[in-house]
Design a protein around this ligand. Structure first.
Ligand SMILES: Cc1ccnnc1
Length: 291
C-alpha cells in the first residue's frame, strides 16, 4: 500500500464537512491541478498508548478492503495520504446525502422505490460477499445517494468491514474435526449472514418508517433481536404486499445458516425485475404468429 507522504494541502483545497465517522471527519475537497472533487476522510491516528484515534492496523484494514472492491454501488478509493497525525483517504465524492435523510423527509417509501433501493444495496453487498468481505455496519447512515435528484446509492463506510479469512483458517482454528463439539462447529462469529440481517432491518425501515427491534434501552433492543420480537404493525404495513413481508421474514431468521443469502434475496420475486407487460405481450404475439 503506497501512501503519499507529502502534505495533503499541497495538492488539495479542503472544503466543507460532509460527514463524520469513528475518529474521522469527511470533507469535500478539490484537487488543485485537475479541479476534480473528492471526499477526503481524515482519520486521526492513535498516538502513543492513548485511546483516542484509530489503530493503524484498523486503518490499513479499511484501506485494503476498499482496494479490493470496485462496483457502481460501492464507494471507490482514489488515493491515500499518510501524515504524522492522521491518514487521509481520498474517496469518490457522493453528494446526494444519506439514505437516512431521504427516508426521514418522507413518512415511508413506495414499494417500488424501496425495492429499487434494496436491489442496489444487494448488488453492492453481493460484490463484497463475492470478494469474501463482510461489511458488518450496514445502516441507512452508511448508504448515500449519488446526487439529490436520482435514486442511485453507494455504500460508503467500511470502518468495520473485514475480509472473512477463508474456511481453511476457520478449520485450522478448530483443531481436529472428530472431537469438536457441535456448538464450536456451528459457531460463526462472522459471516455474510450478519449483513443479510441488517438488510432486513433496512428494508423494514424503508417500508414503514419505523425500526423493527428498537427498544427504549439498548438492552431492550438486544432482547427484541434475540427473541425475534418484531411484528408488521397493521397501521404501518396496511399497504405493504405479502411479497415484501416475505422478503423481510426470510432475513429475520435466527439461525444464520437458514437466513437468506444475498443471491437468495436477488432472486426473491419482490426484487427480481418485474417482467414488463410489453415483454409478455410481445412473447404472446410471437407465439400467435407461430401457431
Ligand atoms: C460522506 C461521504 C463519504 C464518501 N464519499 N462522499 C461522501
Amino acid at each position: 500500500t503506497v501512501f503519499k507522504l507529502e502534505p495533503f494541502e499541497d495538492h488539495y483545497d479542503v472544503g466543507d464537512d460532509i460527514g463524520s465517522g469513528h475518529f474521522a471527519v469527511v470533507r469535500k475537497c478539490t484537487h488543485r491541478e485537475t479541479q476534480q472533487t473528492f471526499a477526503a476522510k481524515f482519520i486521526r491516528k492513535r498516538r502513543g498508548g492513548g485511546r483516542k484515534g484509530a489503530k493503524m492496523e484498523e486503518i490499513v484494514k479499511e484501506i485494503n478492503v476498499l482496494r479490493c472492491v470496485s462496483h457502481p454501488n460501492v464507494i471507490s478509493l482514489h488515493e491515500v495520504y499518510d501524515t504524522k497525525l492522521e491518514v487521509i483517504l481520498v474517496l469518490e465524492l457522493v453528494s446526494g446525502g444519506e439514505l437516512f435523510e431521504y427516508i426521514s423527509e418522507r413518512e415511508a417509501l413506495s414499494e417500488e422505490e424501496a425495492s429499487a433501493f434494496i436491489k442496489q444495496i444487494l448488488e453492492g453487498v453481493k460484490h463484497l460477499h463475492d470478494n469474501s468481505i463482510v461489511h458488518l455496519d450496514l445502516k441507512p447512515e452508511n448508504i448515500m445517494l449519488l446526487d439529490q435528484n436520482c435514486t442511485s446509492i453507494k455504500l460508503i463506510d467500511f470502518g468495520l468491514a473485514r475480509k472473512i479469512s477463508d474456511r481453511e483458517d476457520m478449520r485450522a482454528m478448530m483443531g481436529t474435526a472428530e472431537f469438536i463439539a457441535p456448538e464450536v462447529v456451528s459457531y460463526e462469529p462472522l459471516s455474510f449472514a450478519t449483513d443479510m440481517w441488517s438488510i432486513g432491518v433496512i428494508t423494514y425501515i424503508l417500508l414503514s418508517g419505523s425500526s423493527p427491534f428498537l427498544g427504549d434501552t439498548q438492552q431492550e433492543t438486544y432482547h427484541n433481536i434475540t427473541a425475534l420480537n418484531f411484528s408488521f404493525d397493521h397501521d404501518l404495513f396496511k399497504n405493504t404486499s405479502d411479497l415484501a413481508k416475505d422478503f423481510i421474514e426470510r432475513l429475520f431468521v435466527k439461525n444464520p445458516r437458514k437466513r437468506a443469502s444475498v443471491d437468495d434475496c436477488l432472486n426473491h420475486p419482490w426484487i427480481k425485475p418485474k417482467e414488463r407487460r410489453e415483454t409478455i405481450a410481445r412473447r404472446s404475439a410471437m407465439i400467435n404468429i407461430d401457431n
